[in-house]
Design a binder for this molecule. Structure first.
Ligand code: B4P
Length: 193
């Protein structure tokens, strides 16, 4: 399975990614998590990424694309992967297409998690209280939602045209959303009596 998980900040991408990836036996790769690990370790990449992330902006494409290319070249991705939060720009879509083409493989599905803005803000403000993430303040959350609407939301149309996009309602409990995602990715076989 080669999967993408898309959706606005707070829709539940990171929350659902681990469960889905485990069900399909593939690694869950979150560009946000890789950046945050680098920020925590104060690597060169982390220092660069931190400036963009804490303002609610995207890390530049060339940096993000190189990081994903390195990660997808690792052995555990040979039979599949779930990319969480990548691609987010037209250049990232083009670069991912090129990476997959070089390997002679294709995406199986792109899951788009949807939820309305007020619910997204509510969830992220709650996470701010629990985890204190630097990009979970209200002005930065609103900026992230604007950037998503301008840069990432339009990408869904391209995947819809390719026939790989499935939209999933991200409202409801974490378990309900997980069941909805599994239902579209691996529907139960119909038993014919
Ligand atoms: P991410 O780490 O991807 O952060 P995110 O969009 O906020 O989503 P996340 O996966 O963490 O949260 P989730 O919705 O699961 O990106 C962070 C930053 O990194 C970006 O802003 C950007 O700067 C940079 N970046 C990452 N990828 C990049 C790329 N490709 N190009 C350029 N820059 C990039 O969950 C949010 C909260 O909601 C959680 O607290 C969760 O518990 C809660 N929640 C989830 N599902 C719920 C449910 N059903 N009900 C109630 N609460 C729920």
């Amino acid at each position: 399975m080669r999967l993408l998980l898309m959706g606005p900040p707070g829709a539940g991408k990171g929350t659902q990614a681990t469960t889905i990836a485990a069900r399909f036996g593939v690694p869950a790769i979150s560009t946000g998590d890789i950046f945050r690990a680098n920020v925590a370790q104060r690597t060169e990449l982390g220092v660069l990424a931190d400036a963009y992330m804490s303002a609610g902006d995207y890390v530049p494409d060339e940096v993000t694309n190189a990081m994903v290319a390195d990660r997808l070249a690792e052995a555990d991705c040979a039979d599949g992967f779930l990319l969480d939060g990548y691609p987010r720009t037209p250049q990232q879509v083009a670069e991912l297409d090129a990476m997959l083409e070089r390997c002679g493989v294709e995406l199986d599905s792109v899951v788009l998690l949807e939820a309305d803005s007020e619910e997204l803000v509510r969830r992220l403000l709650l996470r701010a209280q629990e985890q204190g993430r630097a990009d979970d303040t209200e002005p930065v959350i609103r900026r992230r939602l604007e950037v998503y609407a301008a840069e990432t939301e339009p990408l869904a149309a391209a995947y819809l045209d390719r026939g790989v996009l499935v939209s999933v309602d991200g409202l409801g409990s974490i378990e309900e959303v997980a069941e909805r995602i599994m239902a579209v990715l691996a529907p139960e076989p119909v038993v014919v009596e």
